[in-house]
Design a protein around this ligand. Structure first.
Ligand code: SF4
Ligand code: ZN
Ligand code: ZN
Length: 297
């Protein structure tokens, strides 16, 4: 069997949502291509100053690595930043991996902490309940302030497809439409964000990191168990097993809805078979009846 993309090499991975097998080289190329396209949506980083938020986990380390590859050719200026929230037994270990990668790539790495910036650690804040809400909001704020002060054009983060789908679903379920819309809006004192891995599924980020030999920390934050996000994550993981394209569908559908200027004028046709109103040429009922009659007659 050959790779379905280059038709030369041995495949190492079957990409279920595309229904094709890829060799290592093609796999890596498609991931990097997706990242470049994502960055292009923001006009590219050529000649720009980019602050990359790294935690030392697989996603942000992979994002930093890809940005470094892109920056080499485009005269972009990269700086890495880590936020030490003060989570015992977890954050210090992950930051070691962030530091290790930055050093090997020759990227300046800055660490700022909750303790120094706001006077308390996440371990203290966690006593108030819902730690992730505090953690996420405060981290965002610190990142944004740092980027504003330093005159950065972009803040880059490691969010992958799974994270993106989770955020959309969480915000929809909580009725946080404004927040969803604001998140995507680069104006109003928010330094624009880029997420190079936004359309790369979590398991492919892991593979990418393994293939490229990118160091990362595998542990998980002890507070993740308390997060609403975790329940959404587990649910989406189950869904993904059943139908591999669900996360892409969720993210792309939301994008379409977000970009609507007004309610679309959906013209209805008459089904060519039964005459019922339908947005297609043949209505869904007729399509299903077709399958039924094939099976049962
Ligand atoms: Fe912060 Fe929650 Fe993530 Fe832990 S799981 S780092 S508390 S957002
Ligand atoms: Zn190939
Ligand atoms: Zn019909």
């Amino acid at each position: 069997m050959k790779c379905d993309r280059c038709r030369r090499s041995e495949p190492v991975y079957f990409r279920e949502y595309e229904g094709r097998s890829l060799c290592k080289r093609c796999f890596l190329q498609t991931i990097e291509k997706r990242a470049r396209e994502e960055i292009r949506r923001y006009g590219g980083i050529s000649g720009k100053k980019v602050l990359v938020a790294v935690s030392g986990g697989k996603d942000s380390n992979a994002a930093l690595y890809i940005l470094w590859k892109i920056a080499k050719r485009s005269r972009a200026e990269l700086q890495a930043i880590s936020i030490d929230e003060g989570i015992k037994g977890y954050r210090k270990k992950s930051l070691t991996k962030a530091e290790e990668l930055c050093e090997s790539l020759g990227i300046e790495h800055q660490v700022i902490s909750f303790k120094e910036e706001i006077g308390v650690t996440m371990d203290q804040i966690s006593e108030l309940g819902s730690p992730c809400t505090y953690c996420g909001v405060l981290r965002r704020k610190l990142l944004n302030e740092y980027a504003l002060k330093g005159g950065f054009d972009f803040v880059a983060t490691g969010h992958n497809l799974d994270d993106e789908a989770q955020s959309i679903l969480m915000n929809l379920m909580r009725g946080n439409i404004k927040r969803l819309l604001r998140e995507e809006n680069p104006k109003n004192g928010l330094v624009p964000r880029i997420k190079p891995l936004r359309l790369v599924p979590e398991e492919e980020v892991v593979m990418y990191s393994e293939f490229r030999g990118i160091p990362y920390y595998q542990g998980e934050c002890p507070y993740v168990e308390m997060a609403f996000r975790k329940r959404i994550r587990d649910f989406l993981r189950e869904m993904k097993k059943e139908s591999p394209g669900v996360l892409f569908n969720l993210v792309r559908s939301w994008e379409k809805v977000r970009n609507l200027k007004s309610k679309p004028d959906i013209k209805l046709n008459k089904c060519e078979i039964c005459g019922s109103p339908t947005s297609r040429e043949i209505c869904k009922a007729c399509e299903l009846m077709d399958i039924i009659s094939l099976e049962f007659t």
